[in-house]
Design a protein around this ligand. Structure first.
Ligand SMILES: Nc1nc2c(ncn2[C@@H]2O[C@H](COP(=O)(O)OP(=O)(O)OP(=O)(O)O)[C@@H](O)[C@H]2O)c(=O)[nH]1
Ligand SMILES: [Mg+2]
Length: 205
C-alpha cells in the first residue's frame, strides 16, 4: 500500500511559471480542461482534501499549485519525495487563443526544472469521459504523445455513466487519444490506492 505521509503546499506559481524550484525532484503534473477534476484528483493523491480547492465553478484554479509530497510504501518501508503540480484548467482560466502554447510553455518549464533523464516527469492528462475530444484536445495530445515519455490518461466522471457503459467509453476515449485510459478514483479510496501504486512504479522507473 502506498500512502501519502507528508504533503506540503509550496506556493502558487504564476502563469506561465517563471520560477524555478530549487530542489530537483521527480514530478507529477495534472493537466486538463477546467472542471474536469484535477484538483479533486490532487486531493485523492495527497490523501487529503484539506490542501486543495475543488469547485463546481469552472476556473477555480488560476495558478500552478505546487506541493511537495512524500509517499511511503508500507510493504518495503521505502519513501519517495516528489513535486505534485495542479494546473489551471484549459478553456476557462486561460482563455486566450494561445492556450495550447501557454500550456506547452508551462509543461516545458516544469520539465526544465528537473535534470532531464534523471528524474521522471509524469504527466497526468485528465479527460471527461462524457466529452468527445475537441480539435484542441487532439492537437495537444498529438504534441504530448510525441514529446512526453511518461504520459498517463485519466478519465474522470466515469461514475456518471452506468456500469455497463464505463468500459466501452474508456476504450473509446483511449482510442481517440491513441493511448490507454484509466478511470479516476473519484470517491473510491481503494481505486485511489491502486492509482498511487501505478504512479509509485512510474516514479521509481
Ligand atoms: N461525479 C464526479 N464528480 C467529479 C469527479 N471529479 C471531479 N468531480 C467534481 O467536479 C467538479 C470540478 O472538480 P475540480 O477538481 O475543481 O476541477 P478542476 O479540473 O480542478 O477545475 P479548474 O480548477 O476549474 O480547472 C467538483 O464539483 C468535483 O467534485 C468525478 O470523477 N466524478
Ligand atoms: Mg482546480
Amino acid at each position: 500500500m502506498i500512502e501519502c505521509v507528508q504533503a506540503k503546499f509550496l506556493r502558487p506559481i504564476p502563469w506561465p511559471p517563471r520560477s524555478v524550484l530549487e530542489e530537483s525532484l521527480p514530478s507529477v503534473t495534472l493537466i486538463g480542461r477546467s472542471n474536469v477534476g484535477k484538483s479533486t484528483l490532487t486531493g485523492s493523491l495527497l490523501g487529503s482534501t484539506k490542501l486543495v480547492r475543488s469547485s463546481k465553478t469552472p476556473g477555480r484554479t488560476v495558478d500552478v499549485i505546487a506541493f511537495r509530497c512524500t509517499w511511503k510504501n508500507h510493504h518495503t518501508g521505502e519513501k519517495k519525495d516528489f513535486h505534485l503540480f495542479d494546473t489551471p484548467g484549459r478553456g476557462y482560466a486561460v482563455q486566450d487563443k494561445g492556450t495550447i502554447q501557454h500550456l506547452e510553455d508551462t509543461l516545458a518549464a516544469v520539465y526544465a526544472e528537473q535534470p532531464q533523464g534523471r528524474e521522471p516527469s509524469i504527466l497526468l492528462s485528465l479527460l471527461d469521459i462524457r466529452r468527445d475530444l475537441s480539435a484542441k484536445d487532439k492537437e495537444l495530445h498529438g504534441f504530448l504523445n510525441a514529446s512526453w515519455s511518461q504520459l498517463m490518461l485519466i478519465a474522470t466522471k466515469t461514475d456518471k455513466l452506468s456500469k455497463s457503459k464505463q468500459k466501452p467509453a474508456l476504450a473509446k476515449l483511449g482510442k481517440s487519444v491513441g493511448a490507454q485510459c484509466v478511470a479516476s478514483p473519484f470517491a473510491n479510496p481503494e481505486a485511489a490506492g491502486a492509482l498511487r501504486s501505478l504512479l509509485w512504479d512510474a516514479l521509481l522507473s
